[in-house]
Design a protein around this ligand. Structure first.
Ligand code: SAM
Ligand code: SF4
Length: 330
């Protein structure tokens, strides 16, 4: 079995893959989706076996970390079969990003199937605001899900909050207190211009990580964490709590030079960069005749040459990327 390292033209090693397992979701978050979405027809979506095959070949090429995402990964039928399969590959890190709506029943089975860590999205602790932002979500369900995840014994749980001015920026201190009380980490994310939305003006709603840090500093000392997350988040600690606070700042902090990741959409498009359209169609290889793992690995290795040096998001809210985050795999 080859153990080649995946390296791009800029000397970056790619050892982290985010796999989208569905474009569907039970929520319709205002920054992520339009209210009225059309989802992909089934034949365009990779089967669980095809997704596992992609994962296995990435692992053969040196991938150490896989994250399952979507859409909402837990709405994919039989998702536990895929988690079980990938959980058996001996990854250093196996994680999922979820909206938490199904964790009361799914947290324990996910943990047993080999999932190490969970990121759970939580944009508000106010039931009405939560529903306003997610359009269809129920806060109590997600809060119960967070507790279920804590009881299941994951290696790590992190909350993800997309901050929007005039919407949930006033809740930042409360969200910090919540994370501290639950002894879990929290990351604040700047909204990215992915997909056309009419619900709000992204330029006006943008709350930069700098602004979020200033708000938190009114209540807590933030000490830059020394460890490297290997990702776009910059982490801080507070002197009196194990909770780490992360900031994902595609606008104000360009993290491209250390980018170690690629994404595979549920249609099998290997995306080399979140903020660019460079991609390679793996589904064509997966459904070719004959399908061989050699061909799949060769395609993946060659795709690394397409990885762009950096993304160029502007802060005025203009959409540069037409795909929504649910298609991209957040
Ligand atoms: N459904 C799951 C969830 O919400 O956690 C996983 C998929 S979701 C697309 C992954 C992450 O992307 C979530 O934390 C969500 O808040 C974030 N996200 C979605 N659209 C975004 C956007 N336009 N800008 C920044 N973050 C976004
Ligand atoms: Fe669904 Fe996650 Fe997008 Fe919200 S952010 S609509 S939960 S995929």
């Amino acid at each position: 079995m080859p153990h080649a390292k995946l390296t791009d033209r800029f000397g970056r090693t790619v050892n982290y893959v985010r796999l989208s397992v569905t474009d569907r979701c039970d929520f319709r978050c205002v920054y992520c989706m339009a209210e009225d979405m059309t989802f992909l027809p089934r034949q365009q979506v990779l089967t669980l076996e095809e997704i596992a095959r992609v994962a296995r070949n990435f692992v053969d090429l040196g991938t150490e970390k896989i994250r399952l995402t979507g859409g909402e990964p837990l709405v994919r039928k039989d998702i536990l079969e895929l988690v079980n399969e990938i959980g058996s590959y001996g990854l250093g890190d196996f994680a999922m990003t979820t909206n938490g709506s199904q964790l009361t029943t799914m947290a324990e089975p996910l943990r047993r199937a080999g999932m190490h860590r969970l990121n759970i999205s939580l944009d508000s602790l106010d039931a009405e605001k939560f529903q306003d932002i997610t359009r269809t979500g129920r806060l109590s369900q997600v809060l119960d899900g967070i507790d279920a995840a804590r009881e299941a014994g994951f290696r790590g749980i992190k909350l993800n909050t997309v901050v929007m001015k005039g919407r949930n920026d006033e809740e930042i201190p409360e969200l910090i207190e919540f994370a501290r009380k639950k002894q879990i980490d929290i990351s604040f994310i700047e909204e990215m211009p992915l997909g056309e939305i009419s619900e709000h003006d992204r330029g006006l709603a943008l709350c930069t990580s700098e602004e979020v840090r200033d708000i938190i500093r009114r209540h807590h000392e933030l000490i830059p964490a020394t460890e490297d997350s290997g990702g776009p988040a910059r982490y801080y600690r507070m002197p009196d709590s194990p909770t780490r606070v992360g900031f994902i700042s595609p606008h104000s902090h360009n993290f491209c030079s250390t980018c170690n990741r690629v994404r595979v959409t549920v249609e099998g498009r290997l995306l080399l960069c979140l903020g660019n359209e460079h991609s390679v169609d793996l589904r064509r290889v997966l459904r070719g005749n004959p399908v061989t793992d050699d061909k799949l690995r060769e395609t993946i290795i060659n795709a690394m040459d397409l990885k762009p040096e950096k993304h160029h998001f502007s802060t005025n809210g203009d959409v540069q990327i037409l795909r929504f985050m649910n298609m991209t795999g957040g």
